[in-house]
Design a binder for this molecule. Sequence first.
Ligand SMILES: Nc1ncnc2c1ncn2[C@@H]1O[C@H](COP(=O)(O)OP(=O)(O)OP(=O)(O)O)[C@@H](O)[C@H]1O
Ligand SMILES: O=c1ccn([C@@H]2O[C@H](COP(=O)(O)O)[C@@H](O)[C@H]2O)c(=O)[nH]1
Length: 191
Amino acid sequence: MEGSAKVIFVLGGPGVGKGTQCQKLVQEHSNFVHLSAGELLRGARAGNHRFKEVIESNINAGRIVPSEITVELLREAMINQGWAAKRFLIDGFPRNEENYETWNRILPEVEVECCLFLDCNHDLMVERIRSRGGGRSDDDPEIVKKRLVTYEEQTRPIINRYQSLGKLRTVSSEGTLEEVYQNVLSALEIS
Ligand SMILES: Nc1ncnc2c1ncn2[C@@H]1O[C@H](COP(=O)(O)OP(=O)(O)OP(=O)(O)O)[C@@H](O)[C@H]1O
Ligand SMILES: O=c1ccn([C@@H]2O[C@H](COP(=O)(O)O)[C@@H](O)[C@H]2O)c(=O)[nH]1
């Protein structure tokens, strides 16, 4: 792969507003490309992916899909978008230690600018998922509980890792969409 892709990982709990904020950034800043790891996995599950059953069973258990699958989908999507001179907002990844290690092994050349962390209390995240609509199978309340456990047990340590690396940009996601967006712009030093 040629050129230098740059990446901002966007993390936070289920329903915190990661996709919403990424979409707004892309609408207003044309050099950003939004890649949602969850969307890529849902697309692969709906298509003919050779591991679609593995993807399905993990998503519906609120667990994290094996990293090789997700990193390969992300890598393909980055190539399809045109690798060079892009700033990729990678939403919902890396979610655990295995994701983190696999990314660094397969894509060591990609510069990770920072990790944007959207922080929010659990009740509000659950309420946002409840009112989201759209019929995602894993928005079932029992699966949402499992997703929250996975988030706290497996993704929190990755957020803490970026904090230790001095690469974490934390924004409260408890305000209105516009308030959160303004704070995201500040955190990413975008004027
Ligand atoms: N700041 C906000 N205030 C109120 N509602 C919001 C806010 N941000 C997002 N929402 C709404 O909350 C719901 C979840 O948002 P979104 O899908 O962006 O979350 P997510 O973090 O990408 O979720 P998931 O991890 O489940 O994919 C959506 O219906 C969205 O419109
Ligand atoms: O890197 C990833 C991203 C997502 N998953 C699985 O998909 C669902 C939904 O993800 P959202 O980011 O909330 O859309 C998540 O609960 C995981 O099961 C994954 O395994 N790895």
